[in-house]
Every structure is written in structure tokens, then in C-alpha cells.
Design a protein around this ligand. Structure first.
Ligand code: SPV
Ligand code: MG
Length: 669
């Protein structure tokens, strides 16, 4: 496509402003003239060839264009009769450069918004800009519409007309028809009329469609008053604030494209989603917030970068009050739909607008995303993430997983509530559930090789950190090998309980014979484990069974401090009481002396306590230790009984997930 800019006229009505240069060189902002703005937009759009008709001050004009140093090739065509003819003749003078391509035609005194220009360029057919909202001008162009096309353009038409501005995109075939008629006019001496007079005779063959710019800026500057209006309007347009939010770890060309589009609407403020918000909505960010913020700050044309603390835009929108929010149209459906609705509601409350661009789901971008997810699953990256999450969130939640499929539930389950998303942060490799899944009692009967196999099954399909239930840890001489193996696999934390001999599940309490290890022995086991580990990331958590075994609070606390002294990275206090009182007391007293060591709890029996309450009291990790297993068993039993009683599977179908959903749950490799 070529641009054709008509600059042969002088613009007498501009007075002294055009005493030394043509009208197109009039300043319309602190940094731009009408012409420099047009040329910059043309160059930014990737158009290279500009045909410019000249007349008054043609040498000044040519020098000025060169001085702008834009990546454009100019063909200046001087209309030798510039003071006696209209631009119809200037076009005719330039005809040899204008036949072989689509043409973007504009008058040299036209100022338009970026987005108007974008819409003209992306219009699929030949078009002319019109406005259905601007009142019909007395002395300027109006277009008469017929059958969805422009049938006449001129200043004398008022019926069935809309205000029109001489900014056209003309497809080659349409343009050649018009150009031929321009030639006929000029050859018959009609050089003092508008080029549109020729168009009006061939409009049925040209089929130029109206492009309604409504109230966006697209105006000619004819006199100093127009200039003042455009000056103010441009300033307002360019000061508009545009808001976009990013959660990405990396910037690909799709992001850059949408950023460029957003920048054309005004000053771009980018919200960068906080680490915590990303971790609870998608996956742990590969790159921490300060780095992601700097990345955005380095992008050309970004006005400001701010933190967005939640998936909800509300807080930032109410404080920034952007004129526009820009987003891909992919959030109209699915998980982010309510977030979008909230954005629309907030924008409506103060008159802002949502602009959605088509979402590009280029497989190339999906591959990059997949690659980044795959990295999250790698042992070295996964292992340290639990510690980071504890530091970042204060309280992390883990749900039990005992197979690949339950791992996927732990990985994917998401709830959106009050503009926030909730997911589990980590997975708990429960000995109870791992044993139960194999139909075996929780007595350290399932050996480590088999337990590691479960870890591997889960890790293969997930990215979240794993907390391993190490039971008693066995002999210290064996425990050191367990630590090394878990660490190598990318497990983040092993929890070992201070019991000895034949271990039984803690929820039996004193109903069965269970013996607690001596503090000294257990400390030695912790110390041996700490010495064996190779990385700083891996955590050994000491689980205190004193309350389960009714040995009293003092014993629990004394052991807790001793275990921390032996090197434990965290303490788990277990209780099987219906109420959390003893756990609260333990936490309060432990925290009085130790404000740092993470505390882990398993609220299975005292399950009415909320995460908020536990966090407030100083707990750092909440493990939902067996709920997936316990809920799956009755569901499966019900299905089995239904099939048995009906002698067919039809009635059980309503309890079952569809095959399609189950297939979708399993990711492709
Ligand atoms: C497990 O889940 O295996 C545990 C926690 O050790 S509990 O069952 O509560 O003892
Ligand atoms: Mg266990």
C-alpha cells in the first residue's frame, strides 16, 4: 500500500501560521506537526512509500520531510498550477506513481487518532471515514450513503448524509476507476473542482464503504480555531490512561503486539500480578515479582508499572481510573469470566471502557507456556518452592495426593471467590492414604520403594511442591538414604514423627499401643538427616506426637525446642482433639520463644478451624491429610452397589464423571 498525501494548497484561512510554510507543517502539539504525525503513523504501520503532492513552499516541505528521518521513501510531485487548480489536478500530476497499488489517501490538513488510522488500515474493503455522531457541517464534506456504500461526497449534500473526512483506504481496482475519471475531468479542463466530483460519477463502480469513527478525532484544520480544538483534543486523547494486567514470566511477540495496540489508546499503565496472586491462580511464578516488574518497565512506551495484588482488577481500577482496560477476548468464557464482568461493572461506574483484542492462541505461544510449566516440575526448581511459598504467603495449604490422578486434582482444583482465586499450594504424600490405596494398614508396611513410586507418579503430572510423610523415618542409618532420595526427586519436605517400634496411625491415639521415641534418639535422627542432605532447599520437619499420646503440653514444647535445636526446619504439632484449643496453646507458647520456625498442623479432627484463624495464630502449613481418599471411597462404593443392584451401569452413570472430562483432565505430554 502507498500513502498519498495532498499538500499542494496553502491554507489561506490559517493567517500568519502559513506565511512561511504550508499548512501541513502547523504544530499540533509540543512535539508534532500535522504532517509529522501523519508520517509517523504511516511509518509505524509499516507503509514505506509516500507520494506527496506539493505546491506552495514545496522546497521547505521536502526539506522538512527529510529532516524527520522516518523510514519512508518519498515521491514529491509538484503541481505546477498549484495556485490555479484544486487537488484533483495534483492527483492527476502524480498518476504515474499511483496505479499499481492500494492507496491510503489523505488531505494534508487532516488530524486523526491512532485508532482511527488503525481501523482504516485494517478495513477489508475500500473505505472513507465518516462520523454518525458529529453534526452535519455547513461547509465541509458530507457523504451520502446508499446500500451500505458511499454514493456522493461533497459539501452541498445534506439529505441522507453524514459528516465525512477525506481519509480513504482505496483498493487498487476501486482507486483505478476513480483515477481514470479524475483523468477525464482534468483532460476536459475541470481542474478547479474536488476530486470527489469525479468520484460521484463512478461511485457505483468504486464501492467505497463508510467507516464510522463516531466521536473519535478525525478532523481537518482550516483555521486557527480548528487548530485550538484539535490541540486540546489530542492532548486529552494522549493523556488517556490505558490499563493492562500481566501475569506472564516472559514476553513473547503476541504480548508485544497487544501492548503496541494498547499504547495507541493512550498512556499505558501495566499492572503486574503479584507472586501470591499468580501462585494462587496459575502456578508458581518462575520469575519473582520485582524481576517481572522490571521486565515490563524496560518495554518502550510503557508509562508506568504497578503491582496488581489480586486477580480482581477492582482495587487498581478504582485507584487509577483508567479510560480503557485492554485484554484479549479469551476471558469472555471460562475461568476469568467473572473477573471480566467485575471489570465491566467497575468501568461502568465511572465511564471507562473495555477494549478487547482477538486472542492469539498461536501454538508457538502454547509451546513456550508448556516448556515453562515443564521447568516448574523439574526437581531443582520444584524443591525450593515450598520454602518460598511459606515466606511469600505466610500460610500454605497442602492436600493429600496418593496417585497421579489425585495429584492432578491437587494441581488443578481452583475456586474463584470475591475476586480472588484459591488453589492448594502443595501436596501431602500421606502414608495413611498411600497405604489405604493399596488396601494395606498404615504401619510402615508399604516400603519406601513403593512410596517413592507414588511420589514419581504424582510428580510426573504435576508441578506443585510435595511434602512427604516419612512416618518414623525408620532407623537413622536408613533415614539418611530416604532424605537423599527424596531430595533428588525434588520433594520439598519430609515430615518424620517421633514414634518408634511398630508405628500405628496417630488418629488411633492411645487406643492402640504406640511408643514415642526418646528426645535424644529423635534429635540424632534429625541431625543425621540434615547432615545427609545436599541442598539448602530441602526441609526436614519434626512431628511431635506428645499430644496424641497424652504426654502433655510441656513434653510437646520441650521436644519442639529440642528438635529445632537438632536442626529441624519445621515443627508439626499433631492433635486428635475435636477442638483446636491444645494446638492453639502449643502454637502460642512455641511462638513466644520462636517466631521463625514454620509450624505445620493437620486439622483432621478439629476441622472446624479455618485457615485464617490458624494463620493469625502463627501456623504456616495446613495439611488436609486424607480428605480426597476418604471422599473417593464412599463414592466408589455407591457406584459399585448401584451396578450390583441394577445389574447394569445406567443408574450409576449420574455418579460418574464423563469420559470427555476425564480425558481433558489428563494433560498431553
Ligand atoms: C497421614 O496422613 O498418613 C498422617 C497424618 O500421618 S494422620 O493420619 O493424621 O496421622
Ligand atoms: Mg502418616
Amino acid at each position: 500500500m502507498k500513502a498519498l498525501i495532498l499538500n499542494s494548497g496553502l491554507g489561506h484561512r490559517m493567517g500568519v501560521l502559513t506565511s512561511e510554510h504550508p499548512k501541513c507543517m502547523t504544530e499540533i502539539s509540543a512535539t508534532e506537526t500535522i504532517l509529522s504525525r501523519q508520517l509517523r503513523l504511516i511509518a509505524d504501520a509499516g507503509i514505506r512509500e509516500v507520494v506527496m503532492t506539493t505546491g506552495y513552499f514545496h522546497e521547505v516541505l521536502e526539506r522538512y520531510c527529510d529532516s524527520l528521518s522516518l523510514p519512508l521513501e518519498y515521491k514529491f510531485v509538484l503541481n505546477p498550477l498549484y495556485d490555479k487548480t484544486n487537488y484533483i489536478y495534483s492527483i492527476w500530476c502524480a498518476r504515474d506513481f499511483l496505479r499499481d497499488d492500494d492507496v491510503l489517501l489523505m488531505h494534508g490538513d487532516l488530524v486523526f487518532q491512532n485508532t482511527v488510522f488503525d481501523d482504516v488500515l485494517s478495513f477489508p474493503d475500500s473505505c472513507m471515514t465518516v462520523s454518525s455522531t458529529v453534526p452535519l457541517p455547513e461547509k465541509d464534506f458530507k457523504a451520502v450513503l446508499k446500500d451500505g456504500c458511499i454514493s456522493k461526497v461533497g459539501i452541498e449534500f445534506f439529505e441522507d448524509a453524514v459528516a465525512a473526512q477525506p481519509l480513504y483506504k482505496l483498493c487498487k481496482a476501486d482507486w483505478n476507476v476513480w483515477l481514470d475519471r479524475i483523468g477525464e475531468f482534468c483532460e476536459s479542463g475541470q481542474t478547479g473542482v474536488y476530486a470527489e466530483n469525479a468520484l460521484n460519477q463512478v461511485s457505483a463502480a468504486c464501492r467505497i464503504k463508510p467507516l464510522d469513527v463516531e466521536d473519535r478525532l478525525c478532523a481537518e484544520i482550516d483555521n486557527p480555531q480548528d487548530l485550538e480544538t484539535v490541540y486540546a483534543c489530542l492532548k486529552e486523547v494522549e493523556n488517556r490512561i490505558v490499563y493492562m494486567c500481566f501475569s506472564t514470566d516472559f514476553i513473547h511477540s503476541g504480548h508485544v503486539a497487544i501492548i503496541r495496540k494498547a499504547q495507541r489508546l493512550g498512556r499505558l499503565v501495566i499492572g503486574v500480578l503479584s507472586d501470591e496472586a499468580i501462585a494462587s491462580y496459575r502456578h508458581f511464578p518462575m520469575i519473582p515479582f520485582p524481576e517481572r516488574k522490571s521486565l515490563m518497565e524496560t518495554l518502550a512506551g510503557v508509562y508506568k508499572v504497578v503491582e496488581q495484588k489480586t486477580l480482581s482488577y477492582k482495587e487498581n481500577l478504582l485507584s487509577i481510573k483508567p479510560d480503557y482496560v485492554v485484554h484479549g477476548d479469551d476471558w469472555r468464557e471460562g475461568f476469568q469470566k467473572p473477573v471480566r464482568q467485575e471489570v465491566l461493572d467497575v468501568l461502568a461506574s465511572y465511564g471507562g471502557r473495555l477494549v478487547e483484542f482477538p486472542y492469539s492462541n498461536d501454538p508457538k505461544y502454547e509451546d513456550i507456556e508448556k516448556l515453562s510449566r515443564a521447568k516448574l516440575a523439574m526437581p531443582d526448581l520444584r524443591r525450593g518452592r515450598l520454602r518460598k511459598l511459606i515466606e511469600m504467603k505466610g500460610l500454605v495449604t497442602a492436600i493429600e495426593a496418593h496417585s497421579g490422578i489425585t495429584g492432578l486434582i491437587a494441581e488443578k482444583a481452583t475456586v474463584l471467590q470475591d475476586g480472588k482465586t484459591y488453589q492448594f499450594d502443595a501436596m501431602w504424600l500421606s502414608s495413611l492414604c498411600d497405604s489405604t490405596a493399596k488396601g494395606k494398614p498404615d504401619i510402615e508396611l508399604v516400603d519406601m520403594t513403593s512410596r517413592f513410586r507414588t511420589v514419581d507418579d504424582i510428580m510426573e503430572v504435576t508441578t506443585k511442591p510435595v511434602i512427604f510423610d516419612g512416618d518414623t523415618g525408620g532407623l537413622a542409618e536408613h533415614f539418611v538414604y530416604t532424605v537423599r532420595s527424596l531430595e533428588r526427586m525434588g520433594v520439598s519436605m519430609v515430615i518424620i514423627e517421633d514414634k518408634t517400634g511398630l508405628k500405628k496411625n496417630s488418629l488411633f491415639g492411645t487406643e492402640v499401643v504406640q511408643s514415642q521415641d526418646s528426645t535424644e534418639n529423635f534429635c540424632a535422627k534429625i541431625a543425621a538427616g540434615k547432615k545427609a542432605q545436599k541442598t539448602r532447599d530441602f526441609m526436614i520437619c519434626a512431628r511431635i506426637e506428645s499430644l496424641i499420646l497424652e504426654k502433655g503440653m510441656e513434653d510437646a514444647l520441650a521436644r519442639a525446642f529440642a528438635y529445632v535445636g537438632a536442626g529441624a526446619d519445621a515443627i508439626m504439632i499433631h492433635s486428635r482433639k475435636k477442638e483446636p484449643a491444645e494446638v492453639f496453646e502449643f502454637v502460642e507458647r512455641f511462638r513466644a520463644d520462636d517466631s521463625l520456625t514454620p509450624i505445620v498442623v493437620v486439622p483432621t479432627s478439629y476441622n472446624s478451624v479455618t485457615e485464617d484463624e490458624l494463620k493469625r495464630r502463627g501456623v504456616n502449613v495446613v495439611i488436609y491429610a486424607n480428605q480426597l481418599m476418604r471422599s473417593s471411597f464412599p463414592a466408589m462404593m455407591k457406584t459399585a452397589e448401584s451396578i450390583l443392584s441394577h445389574h447394569r451401569a445406567l443408574e450409576a452413570d449420574e455418579f460418574c464423571m464423563s469420559i470427555k472430562d476425564i480425558i481433558n483432565l489428563i494433560p498431553d505430554a
